[in-house]
Design a protein around this ligand. Structure first.
Ligand SMILES: NC(=O)c1ccc[n+]([C@@H]2O[C@H](COP(=O)([O-])OP(=O)(O)OC[C@H]3O[C@@H](n4cnc5c(N)ncnc54)[C@H](OP(=O)(O)O)[C@@H]3O)[C@@H](O)[C@H]2O)c1
Length: 288
């Protein structure tokens, strides 16, 4: 059985490759990368590297020849080819190459979500389902790493600021989503949908976790979206980026990331670390 992973040079893809190698051995893993030189430097020995630009369906088709199961790591918005078109290329290529199973990294409750960030994922899920290829949608909740700037502010003793009010998210470390993705792609009978998340927490809980992890004392300010947006601009972000980042706060306040599922620890086969230990881990990683 041959397994392939797209986006293998990214944080998620690389961690997933490392986990998949542990599951099935390097001989059975093919890493797709748009930058093969970068891949050669990063990826574990023995993993075959093939070209994998999301922008080139023919190249992807050739690279997916002989692949049974594909871990399709979603691309990012903002490229010169629209993300949904990039995703169509991957799916068309998988179909043309005869791939038998696709695990796709999606967005929480993508099928029902009205959140702007969810729309490419919702469409991608529909396109995958329409191919008739067996699949699993890995609906990853928020990464703890997404909160690095506010975690770091608290760790420095600066104000911890948010506008998501009492909204909750199922934060977990990125490496656990990647470990779970590598597991699902090897399962004999995977579910169609996984809502992968850590325990549900508020930003006030996150501030407490930063205090517990660092022993620092800092102020915690729950402010409005407008104030939050202004603060981002004052710190040098352009208007569009400030809109995007403020949108994450709105998303959480509106309950889009509130989750109550054991899918992630169930697939991993182990519990997740506490919120405080997760915060300690991202701070330690930043320090190295
Ligand atoms: N749930 C969450 O909280 C959350 C947070 C962040 C991201 N995400 C999702 O997870 C995905 C992966 O995140 P990540 O942390 O691994 O991102 P990352 O570290 O920035 O890696 C992105 C990967 O995509 C590759 N890539 C970008 N454009 C490509 C293209 N046109 N063709 C082929 N490969 C391309 C990059 O290749 P190069 O190495 O050549 O640049 C890299 O391998 C994101 O795209 C996003 O959809 C989710």
């Amino acid at each position: 059985m041959k397994y392939a992973i797209t986006g293998s040079t990214g944080h998620f893809g690389l961690t997933a490759v490392e986990n998949l190698v542990k599951e099935v051995g390097a001989d059975n893993v093919v890493a797709l990368a748009r930058n093969e030189e970068k891949a050669k430097k990063l990826l574990p020995a023995g993993v075959e590297i093939r070209p994998g630009s999301y922008e080139d369906a023919d190249e992807l088709t050739a690279s997916l020849k002989g692949i049974d199961r594909l871990l399709f790591v979603s691309s990012q918005p903002g490229g010169k080819v629209a993300r949904l078109d990039q995703h169509r290329n991957v799916i068309t290529a998988a179909q043309n190459a005869g791939v038998k199973f696709i695990a796709y990294t999606s967005f929480p409750h993508a099928d029902q979500s009205d959140a702007p960030l969810a729309q490419d994922h919702k469409e991608t899920e529909k396109i995958i389902a329409a191919t008739g290829i067996d699949h699993a949608f890995l609906r990853n909740n928020w990464y703890v790493e997404n909160e690095m700037s506010v975690i770091d502010a608290g760790a420095q003793g600066d104000a911890f600021v948010y506008s998501a009010a009492e909204g909750r998210a199922g934060w977990a470390l990125e490496r656990f989503y990647a470990e779970a993705a590598a597991k699902v792609v090897t399962l004999d009978a995977p579910k169609d949908v996984y809502e992968f998340a850590g325990a549900s927490h508020t930003y006030a809980d996150l501030a407490d976790a930063v205090k517990a992890a660092t022993g620092k004392i800092f102020t915690v300010n729950s402010i409005t979206d407008a104030e939050y947006h202004q603060g981002l601009q004052d710190s040098g972000l352009d208007n569009a980026t400030a809109d995007l980042v403020t949108g994450f706060q709105t998303l959480i306040r509106d309950g889009n990331l509130d989750e109550n599922t054991s899918d992630l620890p169930d697939v991993l086969g182990h519990a997740l670390p506490s919120f405080t230990d997760s915060v300690k881990e991202v701070l330690a990683k930043k320090a190295n």
